[in-house]
Structure formats: C-alpha cells, structure tokens
Design a protein around this ligand. Structure first.
Ligand SMILES: [Zn+2]
Length: 861
C-alpha cells in the first residue's frame, strides 16, 4: 500500500513548505530546517514530524491487531455475488464460503462483519440460525470435527462506512463518472463482505458483479465471462484460482476509460474514470518493462493471470496492491501536457505496487507485526526499478533522501521494524517502508546482488501462495545462499535505531599512515545496541583513490591505512551503503573537495549539506554556487541550492536566480521555493514574478507564486490575482495562487476565494480555495457557516479541506455544529474520528472548555 496524501488540500510543494516552517531535521551530517520537494509527500511529512498532524486527517481510527488470531477453520473458497443500489449507496451481497474446520468441538463458525444487515444464512443448503454481534456474525454448529467441510451462504445488504466507497454525480457535479471501489487493507473488507478478515488465511474467489451494461468492472483474477442480465444490467464473472488473503480482495465498478496491453499473453489493462483516458499512457508507460524486469530480478515470473491498474477518484491511498488488480488514486494520473514536469513519471508508485504482486500478494505477511515483509520489499522495488530505468544516481538519491527522512523522525529511532506493539501501518510507516527498504538494499549490497536475488527467489518459491514471518525470510536466504543473516536481522530488523558515528582522522607523516577513529555514539538502551558494519574507507591522495575494507563493531576503534601523502579526501562508507548518522570532522577544504570530486551522488550531496553550516568562508559559497550550476546530477544541484539559501547573500541569490532555468524541473522548482526565504531583497520578487510569467515548467511557476506570497511582496496580491485568471493543467496555477491568497490574509481576496470555493467549481481547485478561505477574515462567523456547509457535500477532498480550514481558523462558533456532526452516518468511520479530533483541537485553542466526552478525542496512537 502507498498511503494517501489527499489530506493536504494544497499541492505537495506547498505542504512541504508547511513542514519546513516548524521543523528541524537532524540527519546525516546536518541539523537545520530544510524544505524539500519530495517524490512522496508522506515521507516528507513523516520525516519532519508533521505526520502526526496529518494522521489526524487521514489515519485509520481503529488499531489493527498485531498478531494473527487463532483459526477455527480454513476458508478455502468464496463465491461472491454483489450488486449495487447507487441511490442508497448500498451493496446487496450473497456470499458462499467453503470452509474446513481445523478443530474438534467447535460450537460456531464466526465471520468478521461490521454494520451489515444479514438476511439469511444457510449451512450446506439448509436454513441456519445466526447471531449478529457488533463486529461478527456467529453461526452455531451442532456437532463439529476437525476436517468437516461446510458451505455457508450469507445473504446481506448494507451501506458500508469503510471498505467500500461510492463516488457519484450530484447536483453540483452532474457529469462525474460513477465509481464504486473497495479498500480492504488493513481489516476493512468486513465492512462490505462477511468474511475471515485477517491475512493468515488464503482463499480462491469467484466474483460476480452485476452492474449497468455501460460500466466496467475490475476484480481479482481473470475475466471468465460477461453475461447480459435483466433491466439492462450485465453480470461480470471474475475468477481468481490462486489463493489470496481477504484484505487483497478488490471490487471496482463504474464508468471508466480502458486501455489494453498484452505481456507474454497476459492481459495488462489500465483504467481511468471516463474522460481521463488520455492520461493512461503517460502514467503507466513502463508497466510492461517493469513486468519483465521484476520477473527477471525476482527469478519468479509474474504470478497472476492478468495485471490491471485502475485509477479511482477520492481513493483513500495513493495505491493498493490488490492481487492482480492494483487500485490507484487519480492523483497519480499525469496529463499529457505536463509529462515533461515528471521526469520519472509515477514510476515509484507503479513499481511499488507491482513489486507487491510478489511481496505481499504471492507471499503475504502472516500478521501486521511482519508487514515490513510487504512494504520493505515494495520500497526496495522502487530503488531497483529507478536504478534500472534511470541509473544508479537516481536510485542513490532516493535512498539518500529516505535515510535523511528516517533519521529526522526521532519517534522511530527506539522502535524496531518488527514491533510487537504494532497497531497500524501509517503510524510506523517510516520504519516499515523507509527504513526497511534501506535495510534490504544494504543487505543486497553486502551479500552481492546475485546471492541476495537467489535468496529472494527461494523465499518466493518456498512460500508461494502462503504466509510468512521474518524468520522464514532469514531461513530462506540461508538455505539458498549459505549466507547467515541472523546478526544482520538482529541489529537491523529486530533491533532498533541506527549507528550514530563520530569520525575523525589524522595523518602520520613519518609513518605514512592515516588513522581513522570511529566511535559509535548512539545511546545503547532498549532495543538499540552496538552495530557491526562491514564497509569501506576510500583514501584519495595526489596519486589517486584507494579503497580499504573494514568492519566497524566496537564502541570506539581506530583503523590505520597506508597513504603516500596527506589525503585530499577520506570517505567513510563511500556512496552511503547503510543507514547511519555521521559526524565526520573534516576541514572545510576537504568538504569542498568532496563536493567537487565525490564519485557518488550521496557523497557529493552529503558535502553540499554539510557546507551549509560553514558560514564564514567565501570559498564555501563559491563551491556551492558552482555545484548548483555544474553538478551533473539534478539532486546535488538541488541540495546545493538549499544550502545556498540557508547561507543567504547576494551570490547565493544570484545562483538561485540562475537555477530557475535549470533543465530539470525538480531543481528549478526548488530554486523558486527557496527564493521565498530571501526577505528584504527587492530583486527577488521581481525575478519570481518573471518566473511565474515565463518559466518553462508549470511547477516552477507554482513555486514562484507561493514564494511571492510568503515574501508578502507589494505586488504579490496583483500577481496572484493574475494567476487566478490563468489556465493550466488541472488548475495547478490557480490552486497555488489560492494558497498564496490565503497566506497573504488580505481581505480583498475574499470574493474571489469564496467564488472558487463554491460548489460547482472544479474539484481540483476547491480544496485549495476552501483552505484559503479558512485563513481569511477569521472572525467572520458567516464564513465559518459557509465552511460548515461544505461538510454536507459527499466529496471527501472538499470535506477534508473544510474540516481542516475550520480547525485552523479557530472560530469557536464551529464547535457545536461539528459536535452535532461527529456521529453522522454519511461520514466514514475514519472521517468521524477526524471530526472528533478537530472538535477537541478547537476546544483547546479557543479555550472553549473540556467539552462533552464525545468531544474528547484520544491522543493519536
Ligand atoms: Zn505498499
């Protein structure tokens, strides 16, 4: 799964600026506030400690069970028949489960089921009694023995509050394509289907979906048939005959555009809501190459009878790896006009979900405690694909950012990847995605790709169609390769933290030796211990570079290396092959040398970051200016720009002006963003205005608008209004301008902001407008009432933006209406929880008292 970022009504660029305002990153070689334009906003948010705030907007309300429950039966096969009453947002279901009892003397069969109205139950064709409990349906058994087989049929209906979502046209948006979609992970399938809802069971499925004849449907497995039915309906029959866990069941139905490919006789299909089919090719262009690449790398051919990628509106995640049928957010769709703005398209997301088809779907974690076996590999898949398709530098830079993100999130440091108190994936995302991906990549470096991949092949083959825990992976690697990974797993997977290394060196002229002192300065406590790290040291002298293997294992140790002269550069762990926080004491001239001549992107990016804290020297600015312009890799240029912005001054500013024309849109956009910190420099607003009007990339123009607002330049208001009159793909410029108008807090903007916040205006723009409206005229109760009225619309980005705006404007008059809303049945369980949290927050900041028990939200777990 890839978590959603929909909670933020503005674009990613803007939200990263939010993070930047109030956060400090203490990471590899650095400690200062950083703005970043990241490939995954979630990661940035997690890294900068903003994740908690975001969770209040998007996190699941229910803690998921860390360990697998006992099984009373094996659910072998489900025949699922669903039809829909869209007017009532209702699912009408008929499911037949084939179960085999696993124990003697069972008195009942229980299925997970929440909020569904059960019509009837039969067991082996005979009517059966049943009891509906809050989260289960229980069917008594007379005499039961292990091995008994039963067919249990349940007829039911319901309007699910989680798990299944209806996206429908309304009076303001009469042409919205109809869409019904599900999201099972973690334990939400039970909201639309009574079933065994935990990963430690696997079943095959027949899924029959009855929908209007002009609809598409997508579900797991192959399409067996399409049969006309009464009343202009069609019955689609999908068959999945390789076993999957129930959280990976998917149903998507509605009005979609479809594009088809074939890969080795396997159908590869893509869907976008009707009218956006032109975005399919730009977004998913590399899917078939990825199928080749991962089949080869993992040593196991793509294991399902088809692969479909369906994009849906208002998806709760960025992507979800349902078996053979990935669902993705339409936010991932790239309009053809903006393809140049996305040098890697959405390949991180696409490769992440595709990797899950092996890691997660073919072999599934037994319980949520071991979910890193899903997400760590999916993150590794992103690096492997990035390296294959875009080169080592690109993959290195992704890892470099990921490491800084993780090191910047102090909450994660004392918690191991496999964590017995695990509750939900988003809470521990930096560990189970970020750190786990880095750790797997390090292991691949340490073992060598060939051995590592052989271990994976064996793991996939041995546990094919089954569930696994961490020990199974370690054993499989050892069986296949004779590499013992126990110590590695102990320190990185079962243990917590990462090494914090204090390093310095001296050169002994007489002995011709470099002595390198390495100290592990992390606090040894809890699950954090000393680390054993095999790595290398690279010495560069006038005669050239030489590498020496070392193993760091003690709290404090010194290594000696021969050197013909005083080194120009000493690199510890060149290329940053493992996760650590390093304080390497080197003279400035050596950092400058590293920035210019470092052989890998991480080494140069490290130097660029460290140099930002060395203010006095003119030579530092000169080196950074040159790197910002000349480094061959865009990410190093970006890092140099960030460092220059921190140092400030005219030369730094001029370098950022030049970087507005950087050939890479990511670097140019960061330059525009960073110019927003140059207060009191009269030349900056003029240059940003020119960038808004003339920059080649829309994202640079958007960043320029936000920086103008941030600087509150005299012209900002009129430039933002000009941007409000400017069309761009998906209204990116208008959204950026609206964010800026909110930030300016100039009451003259109210009419235009209110207009774009109104029902009927494009849904791409309204969240930004609503958020901006919240920041304007905060004492005006009429505006508060207008924001409250948006909560009545059944459009989740609108509701989220309205709730966030209400919370931020801190008008106490919103408390009572929100309180009245918090148990409303048209809100998802998750959103109800968000409303409760907002009420509690409003009480706190307005001093409106402790409130009713209903208003007291629990702390975010
Ligand atoms: Zn994932």
């Amino acid at each position: 799964m890839h978590a959603a970022t929909a909670a933020i009504p503005n674009s990613a660029d803007d939200a990263t600026m939010d993070c930047w305002k109030g956060s400090e990153i203490v990471g590899r070689n650095r400690s200062w506030p950083i703005p970043r334009i990241r490939r995954s906003l979630r990661r940035t948010l997690a890294a900068t400690g903003v994740l908690l705030a975001v969770l209040a907007w998007s996190g699941p309300s229910r803690a998921d069970r860390p360990f697998a429950p006992d099984r009373a039966y094996d659910l072998q096969h489900s025949t699922i028949r669903l039809s829909f009453d869209t007017n009532q947002r209702k699912v009408i279901g008929d499911v037949t489960h084939r179960v085999v009892l696993l124990r003697d003397a069972a008195t009942a069969i229980e299925f997970d089921s929440v909020g569904l109205r059960i019509d009837s139950v039969t067991v082996d064709g005979a009517a059966a009694k049943f009891e509906v409990l809050p989260e289960k349906i229980s069917i008594p058994l007379a005499a039961a023995h292990a091995g008994d087989k039963h067919n249990v049929e349940i007829r039911y209906d319901g309007s699910p509050r989680q798990g299944m979502f209806f996206i429908l046209p309304d009076k303001n948006y009469p042409n919205r394509p109809r869409q019904i979609w599900t999201q099972g992970e973690a334990e939400d399938t039970r909201f639309y289907l009574p079933t065994y809802d935990y990963p430690n069971d696997r079943l095959t499925t027949d899924t029959y979906l009855t929908v209007p004849a002009n609809w598409e449907t997508i579900s797991n497995g192959r399409l067996e048939s399409k049969t006309p039915a009464a009343d202009g309906q069609t019955v689609w029959h999908w068959v999945e005959d390789a076993p999957l866990s129930t959280y990976l069941i998917s149903v998507v139905a509605g009005e979609f555009d479809r594009t088809e490919d074939i890969w080795h006789s396997i159908p590869v299909t893509y869907y976008a809501p009707h009218g956006r089919g032109d975005r399919i090719r730009t977004t998913f262009a590399h899917t078939r190459e990825m199928l080749d690449f991962f089949s080869t790398t993992f040593g196991v051919a793509y294991p399902w009878p088809k692969y479909s990628q369906a994009t849906v509106d208002e998806f709760t995640e960025d992507g979800m790896e349902n078996t053979s049928a990935t669902t993705l957010s339409t936010r991932a769709l790239i309009p053809p006009a903006t393809l140049a703005e996305h040098p890697m398209r959405e390949d991180d997301l696409v490769s992440h979900e595709l990797t899950h088809q092996w890691f997660g779907d073919l072999v599934t974690c037994t319980d949520w405690t071991n979910i890193w076996l899903n997400e760590g590999f999916a993150t590794l898949g992103e690096y492997l694909w990035a390296e294959h398709a875009y080169g080592r530098d690109e993959a290195d830079f992704e890892r470099w950012n990921e490491a800084r993100d993780w090191l910047g999130d102090e909450r994660m440091y004392p918690i191991p990847i496999v964590y017995s108190k695990f509750t939900d994936s988003m809470e521990y995302a930096p560990n189970i995605y970020g750190k786990a991906g880095l750790v797997l990549w390090s292991l691949r470096q340490q073992m060598g790709p060939a051995a590592f991949d052989a271990g994976l092949k064996h793991y996939l083959e041995k546990y094919r169609g089954r569930n696994a825990v961490t020990a199974d992976l370690a054993n499989a690697i050892e069986e296949a390769t004779s590499h013992n990974v126990d110590q590695f797993f102990q320190q990185w997977i079962y243990g917590a933290g990462a090494p914090a290394l204090a390093i310095h060196y001296t050169y002994d002229e007489a002995a011709h030796q470099v002595r390198l002192a390495v100290k592990q300065s992390q606090k040894i406590e809890g699950a954090v211990g000393l680390f054993t790290i095999p790595t290398e040291v690279e010495l560069t002298t006038a005669a050239g570079a030489k590498r020496f293997p070392i193993v760091v294992s003690k709290a404090d140790e010194t290594f000696s290396f021969p050197a013909d002269s005083d080194p120009l550069l000493v690199l510890f762990d060149p290329g940053d092959t493992f996760l650590d926080a390093v304080q390497f004491q080197k003279p400035v001239r050596e950092w400058i040398y590293q920035l210019r001549h470092g052989g890998t992107v991480p080494d140069r990016a490290d130097a660029a970051a460290v140099l930002s804290s060395m203010t006095e020297q003119e030579a530092v600015v000169t080196a950074l200016v040159s790197a910002a312009h000349d480094d061959p890799f865009w990410g190093v240029r970006e890092q140099a720009i960030e460092s220059l912005a921190k140092l400030g001054g005219q030369r730094a500013r001029d370098a950022l002006f030049a970087a507005l024309d950087d050939p890479d849109p990511r670097t140019a956009s960061v330059a525009a963003t960073m110019l927003g910190v140059f207060q009191h420099d009269p030349q900056v607003p003029a240059r940003l205005e020119a960038a808004f009007r003339g920059a080649r990339y829309v994202r640079v123009r958007e960043s320029a608008l936000r920086s103008l607002a941030r600087l509150k330049s005299p012209n900002a208001y009129s430039v933002l209004l000009e941007a409000m009159r400017t069309d761009s793909p998906d209204d990116g410029l208008r959204s950026a301008a609206l964010s800026g108008l909110g930030e300016l807090q100039d009451a003259r903007a109210i009419p235009v902001v209110m207009d774009w916040a109104s029902p009927g205006r494009p849904l791409e723009v309204r969240p930004a407008a609503i958020h901006a409206l919240g920041m304007l005229d905060t004492r005006n109760a009429k505006t508060t009432r207008l924001l409250l009225s948006f909560m009545d619309e059944r459009i989740s980005p609108v509701r989220r933006a309205a709730l966030r705006a209400l919370e931020e404007r801190a008008d106490a008059s919103a408390i009572a209406p929100l309180e009245a809303m918090q148990n409303r049945s048209d809100l998802s369980a998750e959103f109800q929880e968000n409303v409760r949290r907002a009420v509690a927050q409003l009480r706190k900041v307005t001093g409106a008292g402790g409130g009713s028990p209903a208003g007291a939200a629990a702390p975010i777990q």
